[in-house]
Write a protein that binds this ligand. Structure first.
Ligand code: SAH
Ligand code: F3S
Length: 448
């Protein structure tokens, strides 16, 4: 009765939360398995950012609930953003749910499962659904456990904060993740030191709005924001070769952060800079506090600081009222920045957000058409950037065998995936690779 399968939907924050839950469960004597069919307990860690993500998780939960009729001991739990967003209403759709855990209660999962299993083993009446969706002070400090890696965990995610205080009119995240709460710098550094001691070389700092890290709790020091102070502290940790972060907000890119990219060699020249739209009119309707001009200035500043910077973004097409002209502004900005990577989303109505009730919602076909235009652009830009790397020598952090197990894989500082002939002993090493071939999604080369 102790084999747990965790399925994760959505972003890297969710991946990280799931890993922390898995690590806590392991420490409690549970076994983490990688197939739902060999599990006694199935936990879905869910996403609410778009309707599609919620529908997928609900579909999956329904299918597992049906299996419970043959296997009554099977335990089914829903965790994370959708649990928080929909709360006990989910039980109307899924009356067989055993556990419903919100985004501030992940650390309670082991206790809840212990109780549920004890009740099932006592063979009494089936316990009613355990619902735990409250806010909890300090919960941001509980996402710190890591699973021991089977092989060296070259790259690790570290959660530095939870929540978001912005009010983008399309976004459900402030509701699902709550107010901004940060972890102390010392705790984060201690976690990074432990990871480094176990062989981790690359750290990605995670949060819903990392550039707001500590802005209420930690004072500026020598003109540097708490977030830059944190990056500098991690930069000191021996063994860590690369630092990345996601997601920032454009308004967090002040001089101190731009200079950090220039001055800190471990901070990778790759920035995910969500723009959402290239139209000032739509940006205002989205309640994004910058203009396209201000955004483009940040891009210029970063390029001036680091000439071969790589840029990634999030974009929403088909926000209510987005005209052909507005979209043209987005397309134009997309080309101007020359994004190397992008996450392009079709606007999805999120009940309870201000944009949900705006007039002029766009038809699905029009969103799809705009989506496709940007995807095509992305493909071309990404291919062009990768082709420009053919013949160069790139420093690659070796992660391990690739999916097919034929070659090894790693990433460049600009986050491009490279395949090459390698060896186990190179895992975790920085090697120089001469790039021989390029596609839009990856590079092939040889270690020199
Ligand atoms: N800064 C946050 C953003 C969370 S949502 C983070 O990364 O944690 C991630 C992206 O999903 C947003 O940047 C936005 O582009 C997209 N998104 C959010 N709400 C959306 C909606 N209602 N419809 C479509 N895309 C949305
Ligand atoms: Fe969402 Fe805007 Fe925060 S996109 S996560 S409300 S910065």
């Amino acid at each position: 009765m102790n084999r747990v399968y965790i399925k994760t939907y959505g972003c890297q924050m969710n991946e990280r939360d799931s890993e922390a839950v898995a690590a806590m469960l392991r420490n409690r004597g549970y076994t983490i398995v990688d197939s739902e069919h060999s599990a006694d307990i199935i936990l879905l860690n869910t996403c609410s950012v778009r309707d599609q993500a919620e529908q997928k998780a609900i579909g999956k939960a329904g299918y597992i609930a049906a299996r419970k009729r043959e296997k009554p001991d099977l335990v089914l739990g829903i965790m994370g953003c959708m649990a928080q967003n929909r709360g006990a209403d989910l039980l109307d759709r899924l009356p067989d749910l055993d556990l419903l855990v919100g985004t501030q209660k992940f650390h309670q999962v082991p206790d809840h499962l212990d109780n549920i299993i004890a009740t099932l083993q006592a063979q009494g009446p089936r316990p009613s659904t355990v619902i735990d969706l409250e806010e909890e002070a300090g919960s941001q400090n509980t996402i710190r456990d890591h699973l021991p890696a089977d092989r060296r965990k070259v790259s690790a995610f570290v959660s530095i904060m939870q929540g978001c205080n912005m009010a983008c009119t399309f976004c459900i995240v402030p509701k699902t993740r709550g107010e901004e709460r940060c972890r102390p710098i010392e705790d984060i550094v201690a976690e990074v030191e432990e990871l480094a001691a176990a062989g981790t070389r690359e750290i990605t700092l995670l949060g819903q709005i990392v550039t707001s890290y500590g802005r209420r709790e930690i004072p500026f020091k020598n003109g540097k924001s708490p977030f830059v102070q944190l990056i500098e502290a991690i930069h000191e940790v021996p063994g860590i070769a690369r630092i990345r972060f996601t997601s920032p907000h454009p308004r967090g890119f002040k001089q101190d952060l731009v200079e950090a990219f220039r001055d800190l060699p471990k901070l990778c020249p790759y920035v995910h800079l969500p723009v959402q739209s290239g139209s000032n009119r739509i940006l205002r309707a989205m309640n994004r506090p910058y203009t396209r001009e201000a955004y483009l200035r940040i891009v210029d500043d970063l390029r001036a600081a680091v000439p071969d910077m790589y840029f990634s973004t999030d974009i929403i097409v088909g926000f209510p009222g987005e005209t052909e002209e507005d979209f043209e502004q987005t397309r134009d900005l997309f080309e101007r920045v020359g994004y190397d990577m992008a996450f392009i989303f079709k606007y999805s109505i999120r009940t309870g957000t201000p944009a949900a009730t705006l007039p002029d919602q766009l038809p699905a076909e029009e969103k799809e058409r705009r989506n496709q235009i940007l995807l095509d652009l992305l493909h071309r830009q990404s291919l062009r950037r990768n082709q420009s790397l053919v013949g160069t020598i790139q420093e690659v952090l070796v992660e391990g065998p690739d999916k097919k197990g034929l070659r090894f894989t790693g990433r460049t500082p600009g986050n491009r995936t490279v395949h090459f002939e390698g060896h186990e002993r190179l895992i975790g090493e920085l090697v120089n690779v001469r790039i021989e071939r390029a596609s839009a999604s990856s590079l092939v080369g040889a270690v020199v």
